[in-house]
Every structure is written in C-alpha cells, then in structure tokens.
Design a protein around this ligand. Structure first.
Ligand SMILES: [Ca+2]
Length: 284
C-alpha cells in the first residue's frame, strides 16, 4: 500500500521545523549583562547614609527607607563576602496594612542635562522571609507625564512606565516582571512582562544581583527594548516594545518603587534590602 499523502508530507514539515529551530538558535545569542567599562555612571549609591536621598525626587515615605547595618538585623544575611554588598544597606519597609514602600525617582534630565535613549540599572537585593506572598510594584523605568501608571492607561502620547513587578509563584518563590503601561496596551491596567527561566525564581533570605536595561523606542515604532538579568542570567529580552508615539515623551527616570498591591494592603510588615545601586548610560 502506498504511503498516504500525510506520511509523504511529514518529513518536509519536519525539515522545515528543524530549519526554523536552527535559525532561532543562531539568532538567540543572549544579550550580555552591562559592562561598566563601556558605560557612563549617572548615579551610584551604596546607601551608607541618608544623604543618598538628596539626589532623588518624590522622596515621601522617608520612614520606610533606612540605611541599616545588616549585622544589626536578623532578617537579612551579612554581606556575602564576594565584594558585592558592603557596609550599610537600604532597608525598605512596607508597613502592616500599608501599600508603600517607597517611590523616589532619579530624574535623568537633572543628572545628565538631557534625556538619555538608553539606561542600565544595577543593584543587589535581598528579600526578607517576611516578604513572602508579596504582590505589587518594584523598581523600574518611568516616562510618566499626565498618566501611564496606576490604572490610568497610556495612549503613547500622555505617558508610559515600565516599573518592576513582583508576584508570588505557586511554589512560594517570588517572580519578577516589568509592569508596563505602553502605547499598545489594551486595558485599564499595565501589561506584566514576566521574567522567565530558573534564575528568575527568587528565594527569600539571600542576595541577588539584578541588572535592568531600557532603550526608548523610535516614536510610533515597536522597537523599544526591555531587558533584565538575575545573577548575570538573561531573564527577559524584549525588543519590540512601543512605549511612545511622540518624541514629547522620553525615558525620564528610574523609579525606585515598592508598593504592595493593587488594592489589597500588606497583612504584615515586610522588608526588602538593597545595596550598590548604579544607573549607567552608554558613553557618548
Ligand atoms: Ca552599602
């Protein structure tokens, strides 16, 4: 009995699939984490004293931002000895029955004299055990004008943002994302672009190194870039983000935001610790 047409076609389909897979493999060399020697530092702090806030805007919730010695705290491990975390660290507290956290913004215009097209952020972070179950906002990027956050959607003209997001996975680990209000969003609330891979499953009680990268899109075109790395592993690589439809919007600030919710409040006090925050842009 001759083979059915479907059996004849199958090898051709298989070859086509293999060809596409091979092409993807060749084009998918992961973007490397930032190389500081190729970058200009916009801002850097080791959070050794409260003066770090003098460089930031929107510095409410000061009581939630304390520079502390990890050896005085029972819920954060001592510096790991690899040279990454030294001296004091920034303790951010989300109070019981509260949303914030903190929300200061490092304004790039103020520090560079103009708005950059692309910025890297680099920091160390440790979530205390009491941070388990968190769902809400985390540090990221802002191009907000009148709207583009908080249930006020972007149309690409009036503002955009790509803060970090944190959710709790089924296995209890914390998951990270970019919570993004962008020109092509459909609903009232931002889209969650989740960081993926084994490195993106975050445990409490240990330090991680986070790198983030944002390149603003050409107005009206889906060519903006959002990337993230955890301990040097690429966990998100989007190159088709359309933040804006006009050059009147830009990459305005790094938004050091921790906010519990949504609408629900934190059932108990939570702590997250940061150190060695550096913001960088390519040298001219
Ligand atoms: Ca420090």
């Amino acid at each position: 009995m001759p083979p059915s047409p479907s059996r004849i076609v199958q090898p051709a389909i298989l070859i086509a699939i293999l060809a596409v897979t091979s092409a993807n493999a060749q084009s998918a060399s992961p973007a490397p984490p930032p190389n500081p020697t190729e970058l200009r530092v916009i801002y850097s702090s080791g959070f050794e004293d409260a003066d770090w806030l003098s460089d930031w805007n929107d510095v409410g919730h000061r009581q939630n931002m304390q520079c502390v010695d990890p050896s005085d705290r029972s819920d954060v491990p001592a510096p790991s000895g690899d040279g990454r975390s030294t001296g004091k660290v920034l303790q951010v507290t989300v109070a019981k029955d509260g949303h914030y956290g903190c929300a200061p913004q490092l304004m790039f215009q103020r520090h560079l004299g103009s708005l950059p097209d692309e910025v890297y952020a680099s920091y160390d972070v440790c979530f205390a055990d009491n941070f388990s179950g968190y769902g809400g906002k985390a540090p990221g990027w802002s191009g907000i004008e009148s709207v583009g956050w908080g249930g006020k959607p972007s149309d690409g003209i009036n503002g955009w943002s790509a803060r970090g997001g944190i959710h709790t996975n089924d296995d209890g680990t914390l998951g990270l994302s970019y919570y993004t209000y962008h020109a092509r969003m459909r609903g009232k609330y931002g889209d969650s672009f989740r960081w993926t891979g084994p490195a993106a499953a975050i445990k409490t009680g240990r330090w991680y190194h986070i790198d983030q990268y944002c390149k603003i899109n050409t107005p009206g075109r889906p060519d903006g870039v959002l990337r993230a790395w955890v301990d040097g592993e690429l966990v998100l690589d989007m190159t088709d983000v359309q933040m804006r439809n006009t050059d009147q919007l830009g990459l305005k600030s790094y938004w050091l935001n921790y906010y519990y919710g949504g609408k629900g409040v934190s059932a108990h006090e939570r702590h997250v610790y940061l150190d060695n925050l550096t913001l960088m842009t390519p040298k001219q």
